[in-house]
Design a protein around this ligand. Structure first.
Ligand SMILES: NC(=O)c1ccc[n+]([C@@H]2O[C@H](COP(=O)([O-])OP(=O)(O)OC[C@H]3O[C@@H](n4cnc5c(N)ncnc54)[C@H](OP(=O)(O)O)[C@@H]3O)[C@@H](O)[C@H]2O)c1
Length: 335
């Protein structure tokens, strides 16, 4: 039976502009308007959620707020014929968890246009091990394939993070030779288990020479870091190669010259998963459920309850997270 209230991680701004979060019960009627009410089985922690939980104005401006840009679960009720009670569905991105109450809760209510049917051969839990991180990694790989990147070494930065881990695993599954950049010496074995064949330290991946171009090495790049690491990747990309830029954990600025573009025909491809059109989204989720599905998905995830999220959020903002954090909207972390 549908309860009148639901558990959630609520982020509040106090009078002195301090941002705090705590576990609360909210009335179901407080959920935003929307066509599809979903009982959340799993959510996941993404970098944007960590920013939202700390009140970052670039992500969330309306408080009180429930973060969680990902949610997977079962439709409770729907006012559109495309979704029926009992359907297993996924929602990632759009405004979920930004200024629309998100997946760190037992229920979400969203527009039908945001809802993806759970693909066959994928469980709800697998969909959230992937989540926005998986969709983003898939967008990067898809862009590389679209640019004809086929033979050669592909660089993945921020490689032990969510997007990075999944990009390494998908590229390895597609038989690319993957070089992973990490700041975590203790995680080299983890990266090799995902399929990385070569590992670089962050220092090795940031140019100190100041030269406009470096020796050509990468045929493709999945960059989750931005800043100096993205600038260096552009300088080291081979003739006709493609660099996909999706993240900014290392900085939002980009120092580059025009040379990689006009002397080597390098392509810099921006990636946005939040507003990825539905037709492209459906095709990528299908790939993630079939040919691109990493064999070791379970090994890259830990499951936590709402009351363990605070610690995970801090770890993520310190650059310490490894793989994916799947969230079960209970205190205990048990479904
Ligand atoms: N464009 C999009 O649609 C989209 C979608 C999802 C995520 N993103 C962005 O992608 C980035 C990664 O997201 P995520 O969810 O994968 O985060 P995450 O799980 O926290 O991973 C980030 C990883 O980056 C590395 N890192 C952290 N701080 C760094 C620093 N100062 N310098 C260099 N490397 C650093 C760390 O890996 P190592 O220790 O292995 O180096 C860390 O684990 C974020 O900026 C996020 O906003 C964008």
């Amino acid at each position: 039976m549908l309860s009148n209230t639901f558990k959630a991680l609520l982020v509040e701004k106090t009078g002195d502009a301090q941002v705090t979060h705590r576990l609360v019960e909210q009335p179901l009627e407080a959920l935003p308007a929307g066509e599809v009410l979903i009982r959340v089985s799993y959510s996941s922690l993404n970098y944007k959620d960590a920013l939202s939980a700390k009140g970052h104005p670039g992500v969330t401006t309306i408080f009180p707020h429930i973060p969680g840009i990902d949610a997977a679960g079962t439709v409770v009720s729907s006012t559109v014929s495309a979704f029926q009670a009992g359907d297993a569905v996924i929602v990632t991105g759009f405004d979920l968890g930004m200024n629309t109450w998100g997946g760190f809760a037992e229920y979400v209510r969203v527009p039908a246009a945001w809802v993806v049917p759970l693909p066959q051969r994928m469980t709800l839990k697998e969909s959230m091990i992937l989540g926005t991180a998986g969709l983003t990694a898939a967008l990067c790989v898809d862009a590389l394939l679209h640019r004809g990147v086929c033979d050669g070494e592909v660089l993945v930065t921020g490689s032990t993070g969510g997007v990075g881990s999944l990009a390494v695993a998908i590229l390895a599954k597609l038989d690319y030779s993957v070089t992973a950049v990490t700041g975590k010496v203790a995680q080299h074995e983890y990266l090799r288990s995902l399929g990385a064949t070569c590992i670089l330290s962050r220092e090795e991946a940031i140019d100190q020479t100041g030269k406009p171009l470096l020796k050509e090495r990468w045929i493709g790049v999945v960059d989750t870091v931005g800043g100096a690491m993205l600038g260096t990747a552009l300088k080291s990309t081979r003739y006709g190669g493609c660099v996909t830029a999706c993240g900014l954990v290392g900085g939002a600025e980009l120092a580059t010259t025009i040379y990689p573009f006009i002397l080597r025909g390098v392509c810099l491809q921006g990636i946005d998963s939040a507003n990825c059109p539905m037709s492209h989204r459906l095709s990528l989720w299908h790939k993630l459920a079939t040919d691109w599905k990493p064999a070791n998905l379970e090994d890259m995830a830990q499951v936590v309850g709402l009351n363990q999220l605070s610690e995970q959020i801090d770890r993520m903002l310190q650059g310490q997270s490894v793989g994916r954090v799947v969230v079960v909207p209970t205190d205990s972390g048990n479904p």
